[in-house]
Design a protein around this ligand. Structure first.
Ligand SMILES: Nc1ncnc2c1ncn2[C@@H]1O[C@H](COP(=O)(O)OP(=O)(O)OP(=O)(O)O)[C@@H](O)[C@H]1O
Ligand SMILES: [Mg+2]
Length: 341
């Protein structure tokens, strides 16, 4: 793997299932390196759904690919450490990592349902995944596991021989979820799993995810640009802006945002008042990753920015139970230095 990550001496299998410690990732572009993930620290506890939200291009998928060890050519982990189930992911033997990728951690990719192989049936997809990591599995066992998985995601067993084009979008997404669950991984990454679906189907799939998660006590990183959807599903939400985590919150009410960017995202959620729908977004655009602003990356769009915001990157501070990277809280004195949470 193309990573100069520091190796760590201790593997603690009883710690949080997923730990990211100061992870930074860049893409090589013809105009120079673009920093897509910047100094990200996050932990995911057992049985927790952590939402990851941010505008398009904020680095959510890049972060997920980094955690899977599946960055494309031209991308590089510049620094940091990732531990999945206590294992230092970037120092695993490649063979072990290949196996661990399904059995320890798996991912539902953005637009995965459109990537199902059109010439394979539902059962072929599941059998292929099973056999690629468990070549000696008997036909009977494979069939049994497939039926369990279809039951888990509420697909009628009669659909096992259907091809992708014979399935609705919601069903295809359930198949993708079943494939990710083939080996019951303790950590699951879901990248915009319901974005292409209508609201009713979306809700039913999210209920499914909630049920599976409660039953299996998995740790799920749930990526979406839809704050209102994530709020309804996750135990905590991390908000990403220009590659950085700017706030982590467990209290998901509208008044619980502390970072000006999070406040902006909350305002962008449609609010049904007496007889009108009010939406107000965040003026301006996210920065060009080739020319990131100095200091806080949000300062050019921030309504409360002051001098320090233009020169210093704000540290994560604990503010009323949230973690917030914003200088206005160090100014008010309502702070305590905080590292990895
Ligand atoms: N292969 C690549 N080469 C160069 N830059 C890339 C590549 N893939 C992504 N990027 C850049 O990295 C940044 C983060 O992209 P990423 O896909 O991680 O964002 P995202 O938050 O998942 O967005 P979306 O909500 O649209 O899925 C973007 O600016 C994007 O242009
Ligand atoms: Mg994405």
């Amino acid at each position: 793997m193309r990573t100069p990550l520091a190796s760590s001496p201790t593997d603690n299998p009883d710690g949080p299932p997923l730990i990211l410690d100061q992870v930074s990732v860049s893409f090589n572009t013809s105009k120079g390196p673009a920093r897509a993930v910047n100094d990200v620290s996050l932990t995911l506890a057992q049985g927790e759904i952590l939402g990851l939200v941010g505008e398009s291009g904020s680095g959510k998928s890049t972060l997920a690919f980094t955690v899977m060890g599946l960055l494309p050519d031209g991308a590089r982990v510049d620094s940091g450490q990732i531990r999945v189930m206590g294992k230092d992911l970037y120092h695993l033997d490649p063979e072990v990592l290949r196996d661990f990728r399904w059995k320890g951690i798996s991912m539902v990719f953005q637009s995965a349902m459109n990537a199902l192989n059109p010439v394979l049936t539902v059962q072929d997809h599941i059998f292929d995944t099973l056999r690629s990591h468990d070549p000696n599995i008997t036909d009977e066992k494979a069939r049994q596991r497939m039926l369990e998985l279809l039951d888990l995601v509420k697909i009628d067993a009669r659909r096992a021989r259907s091809f992708p084009h014979e399935l609705s979008g919601g069903m295809k997404q359930r198949v993708v979820l079943a494939i990710a669950m083939v080996f019951n991984p303790p950590v699951l990454l879901m990248d915009e799993p319901t974005t292409a679906l209508d609201v009713v189907v979306q809700r039913s799939i999210l209920n499914q995810v909630r049920e599976i998660q409660a039953e299996r006590k998995m740790a799920i990183l749930f990526i979406s640009h839809d704050f209102s959807l994530v709020r309804s599903l996750a135990h905590r939400v991390a908000i990403m802006y220009a590659g950085r985590i700017v706030e982590i919150t467990a209290s998901l009410g509208k008044s619980d945002a502390h970072h000006p960017y999070t406040e902006g995202l909350m305002r962008a959620i449609p609010e049904l008042s007496e007889d009108e729908v009010t939406i107000s977004g965040i003026p301006g655009n996210p920065p060009d990753l080739l020319h990131l602003p100095t200091g806080c990356p949000f300062h050019p769009r921030c309504p409360v920015a002051f001098d320090r915001c233009r020169t210093e990157v704000p540290p994560m501070l604990q503010v009323q139970g949230n973690l917030v990277a914003c200088h206005q809280y160090s100014r008010s004195g309502e702070e305590s230095d905080h590292g990895l949470e």
